[in-house]
Design a binder for this molecule. Structure first.
Ligand code: GLN
Length: 207
């Protein structure tokens, strides 16, 4: 079976996510395509989507201009697997506030039932790397690369925490949706991207 994995192509570390997804497919010995998506019609044709990190206010403004938020919302609600990393997790969340400026009122896709705190680790310690324990990915620490990272402040009952750091939830899963506060595409370890590719395969087999 051939999969098409989309990477949201508005802003942020798009190429790094394309590379990590290709690596994941190679390691799984799968054939498939990795495609940048920006327009509503592109989003109808993919089997899974990756939302890169970057600057969530810019990404949500561009997505709103392209009118792609409603179609993304619909496809994710239908069960399309999605991985949102850092700003990408902010894009998926229901409500957003910033540690310093409070409620940001930015538009989001909103399927992930969490309240997110942007820049949760403070400016003096904006970026760091740390080993994370993520049972879903099997044994062996996963390198968490945090760049002005958010954290999950509140979550609904369908949301499961899959990684914590410094007492904060930094990765969550809600059925077909995975959000990470860190950048798995910069870890040199394709396990998180493999997870989403496997979920896409399962979902496609069901249809
Ligand atoms: N601080 C950024 C935001 O709030 C996220 C940073 C990132 O994606 N590395 O959008």
């Amino acid at each position: 079976m051939t999969l098409t994995i989309g990477v949201l192509g508005f802003q942020g570390d798009i190429e790094e996510n394309v590379a990590a997804t290709r690596q994941a497919m190679d390691e799984l010995k799968m054939t498939g395509r990795v495609q940048l998506v920006r327009y509503a019609e592109d989003m109808e044709k993919i089997d899974a989507l990756i939302l890169p990190g970057g600057e969530s206010t810019v990404q949500s403004t561009l997505a709103a201009i392209q009118r792609s938020l409603p179609v993304l919302k619909k496809r994710i609600a239908e069960g399309m697997p999605v991985l949102g990393t850092c700003a990408g997790m902010i894009m998926l969340s229901k409500r957003v506030f910033d540690r310093v400026v409070g409620e940001t009122k930015q538009k989001t896709i909103g399927n992930l039932d969490i309240v997110i705190e942007r820049n949760a680790f403070g400016r003096q310690n904006e970026s760091f790397e740390t080993d994370l324990k993520i049972d879903m990915l099997g044994k062996g620490a996963f390198k968490g690369v945090f760049i002005r990272a958010p954290a999950v402040a509140e979550m609904g009952k369908d949301v499961e925490v899959i990684a914590r750091h410094a007492g904060k939830a930094v990765a969550v899963r809600q059925k077909n949706i995975i959000g990470t506060a860190f950048h798995p595409e910069l870890a040199g370890d394709a396990r998180m991207h493999k997870q989403i590719v496997k979920m896409a395969l399962e979902q496609k087999r069901k249809r």
